[in-house]
Design a protein around this ligand. Structure first.
Ligand code: GDP
Length: 452
């Protein structure tokens, strides 16, 4: 029924072990052709120890497992071979299985098969990718929730409701004598508004979803020596994210978000601007303003133990149209006069000492309040739309339903109402992968890595 695909499933480079994965009707046979087990026979889902040979030569000493359909990731027969890590062993094993009947897998093809075989729906396949790509705990949790089917469950309920209306409408088209038309319309109309509202509410979580997945681009700006680098370091050490705690890994602060109370901030390269490089004040100011322009959130840092300088005023004025949080640093020293007037018009200024690590909780809270403005209803525990594709289809479905609602109110003939309802049903279906065209499916899976 299906050809057998194979790929290296672990990342390139040196590692302790590596995995070559196979899926398809011949997965077990191909494994048997290259793998020489120490013991007699394979039991499904049980690891065996042995050697992979190719053209008579030993390739690697490995562990291997067969997972018989349907109890596998793809619902097909699957096999996995655990080699020693490193490119040579993995390539050698992959070449052996390719020479024995498997073909190279396309990106995401294993997960695509899981989808096509009905093991997961499209939102769950997308969730797999979100989990792989997750850079923060919050993004991982949102992905796991979607993998659990939370979103698809909601979408299916929406669709069931629309389908029920469609059935009523079609019935009155086919058998006008059977059902009182006016009653159908009234029932549907009374249910439509709450459904549209619910769809819109779900759609509205996509703003939070974008924050969770992409992080908030944040610039820490201010004059030289006010404490920008100190603040950055304080924020990095406050963030107990996984990455930093693994010895030997360095975090790339330019692309990896810093987790502030569950909100990921992607910090701009402010830390790279050192006081010495900012000898020419003018250049420093221009750089700060340019960075603020590119950011969604601006942390304006000032040395509040010094009176405000013209440059402070100028920078603040130029970035005033952005989301700005004024951070009055060096709070461990007496406050100089003149700041109250400068920060007027910037509510929620926070006093901190980056050196003594005080005031950082207040700063985190200010960031949370600022970034979650308008998102009070959205909870990180609820189902959150993290993908643009889902958000867009939800808004389209809401529009189609709104049209159907208008048509019903306006006394438009049933068959026209039915067109809009069908459209909404299709748009909702596209989210979970029903009624979705092949090229959209291909595009979604092409974003995956090979081997997943
Ligand atoms: P940047 O040029 O804005 O990045 O400033 P730095 O972070 O390099 O800090 C400039 C100087 O201010 C350093 O000597 C820091 O130790 C000092 N500094 C930073 N934060 C504080 C603070 O909260 N209180 C005090 N007293 N000194 C600080």
């Amino acid at each position: 029924m299906s050809d057998t695909i194979a790929a290296i499933a672990t990342p390139p480079g040196r590692s302790a072990i590596g995995v070559v994965r196979l899926s398809g009707d011949d997965a077990a046979d191909i494994l048997a052709r290259v793998f020489y087990p120490k013991r007699a026979r394979f039991v499904s889902h049980r690891m065996e120890y042995g050697t992979v040979k190719h053209n008579g030569a030993d390739v690697d000493e490995v562990m291997a497992v067969v997972m018989r359909a349907p109890r596998s990731y793809t619902r097909e027969d699957c096999a996995e071979i655990y080699t020693h890590g490193g490119t040579a062993a993995l390539r050698g094993v992959l070449n052996a299985v390719l020479a024995n009947g498997a073909r190279p897998a396309a990106p995401g093809e294993f997960t695509q098969r899981a989808f096509l075989n009905g093991r997961i729906d499209l939102t769950q396949a997308e969730a797999v990718m979100d989990i792989i790509n997750a850079k923060t705990e919050t993004a991982r949790a949102a992905g796991l929730k979607m993998l659990g089917g939370g979103l698809s469950g909601k979408i299916k309920l929406f669709r069931d409701t629309v389908l029920k209306w469609l059935a009523h409408i079609e019935l009155s088209i086919d058998y006008p004598e059977h059902e009182s038309e006016a009653m159908n319309r009234a029932v549907i109309l009374s249910e439509a508004a709450p459904l549209i509202e619910e769809i819109n509410r779900l759609q509205a979580t996509s703003k939070l979803g974008r924050i969770i997945t992409d992080g908030i681009r944040t610039a820490i700006i201010g004059r030289p020596n006010v404490g920008k680098s100190s603040l950055l370091n304080a924020m990095l050490s406050e963030d107990r994210a996984i990455v930093t705690e693994i010895p030997g890994t360095t975090r790339d602060i330019l692309t990896e978000p810093v987790n502030i109370h569950g909100i990921p901030l992607v910090l701009s390269d402010t830390a790279g601007i050192h006081a010495t490089e900012d000898v020419i004040e003018r250049r420093g100011i221009d750089k700060a303003i340019a960075q603020a322009e590119a950011a969604a959130l601006v942390l304006f840092v000032a040395d509040a133990s010094q009176p405000p300088a013209d440059a402070d005023r100028e920078i603040l004025e130029k970035v005033a149209h952005k989301q700005v949080i004024v951070v009055l640093n060096k709070y461990d020293k007496p406050r100089a006069a003149g700041w109250d007037e400068v920060i007027e018009g910037f509510p929620g200024a926070v006093s901190i000492s980056a050196k003594n690590l005080t005031g950082l909780d207040e700063l985190s809270e200010a960031i949370r309040v600022r970034c979650m403005a308008g998102l009070e209803d959205a909870s990180l525990e609820a189902d959150i739309i993290t993908r643009e594709r889902h958000g867009w289809l939800l808004s389209q479905a809401a529009l189609s339903l709104r049209r159907a609602e208008d048509a019903l109110t306006g006394g438009v003939p049933e068959d026209l109402v039915s067109v809009d309802l069908r459209e909404a049903y299709r748009q909702l279906g596209e989210i979970i992968g029903e009624e979705v065209s092949d090229d959209i499916v291909d595009r979604i899976f092409s974003e995956f890595c090979v081997g997943k």
